[in-house]
Design a protein around this ligand. Structure first.
Ligand code: CA
Length: 233
């Protein structure tokens, strides 16, 4: 079987080397780029399965690299950030990254995150492939305000397909399965991101905002002040 490829875009060479060593040991093929420009070039040449992207690069900001990468094609990105500022991390997620880790990091944690992201991505790709094979939205979906299809891993809002990330999909599917039930941010993190997820609860807020916007669910995904969120069909 062909090895999965990881592209590391990181200007601090010792960190890039630790990652290269760690992921090669895990059976991945690893390429390193030390600037944003070289990283974008390598992404085209090597067609990696996932990118580990540093936030602070000498030439282009990690956020811009992230945006340019995801414009090229649908590729999972794990951001590496030395910044402790939550706003920056959330900005990273908004610009298309799937997840982030804070430096200094534990190599095992980065490896675990990468495996999780790749698994989710593969699942979404398979489902997306199936959905893409459909000629058009089935007639019977047109009059249903919201369809969340686990089988197809796809969402239709008023008959139109809505493009969601795997995490957004899981979150919405969870709400739809439990209508009118209030969930705290922590409960949602545990349920959707998993108990080992080390991110903070603001991540949930960002995903809710994106769901409201993408799927036009501002009135359905309700904030319960001081508690969390609920879905009202
Ligand atoms: Ca850096």
């Amino acid at each position: 079987m062909e090895k999965q490829k990881i592209l590391v875009i990181e200007d601090e060479k010792p960190i890039a080397e630790i990652l290269k060593y760690g992921f090669e040991k895990e059976g991945f093929e690893v390429f390193c780029a030390f600037t944003g420009a070289r990283g974008l070039q390598a992404a085209q040449e090597k067609a990696p399965d996932l990118v580990l992207l540093d936030w602070m690069l000498p030439d282009i900001s990690g956020v811009d690299v992230c945006r340019l990468l995801t414009e090229q094609r649908n590729i999972p990105i794990l951001m590496l950030t030395a910044r402790d500022n939550v706003e920056d991390k959330l900005y990273g997620l908004e610009s298309g990254a799937d997840d982030y880790v804070t430096k200094p990091f534990d190599l095992r944690e980065v490896v675990a995150r990468v495996h999780t992201i790749l698994r989710r991505f593969e699942r979404a790709q398979q489902a997306g492939g199936a959905a893409a094979g459909m000629e058009k939205t089935p007639d019977d979906l047109r009059n249903v305000p919201l369809v969340v299809s686990k089988e197809e891993h796809s969402v239709y809002r008023n008959g139109c397909p809505v493009g969601l990330t795997p995490r957004e999909f899981d979150l919405l599917a969870y709400f739809v399965k439990h209508p009118r039930q209030v969930f705290t941010r922590t409960a949602l993190l545990d349920q959707i991101w998993g108990y080992d997820y080390l991110g903070d609860t603001r991540t949930v807020d960002i995903h809710i905002q994106r769901l409201r916007k993408k799927a036009d669910l501002s009135e359905q995904l309700v904030t319960v002040f001081g508690v969390g969120y609920k879905y009202v069909p």
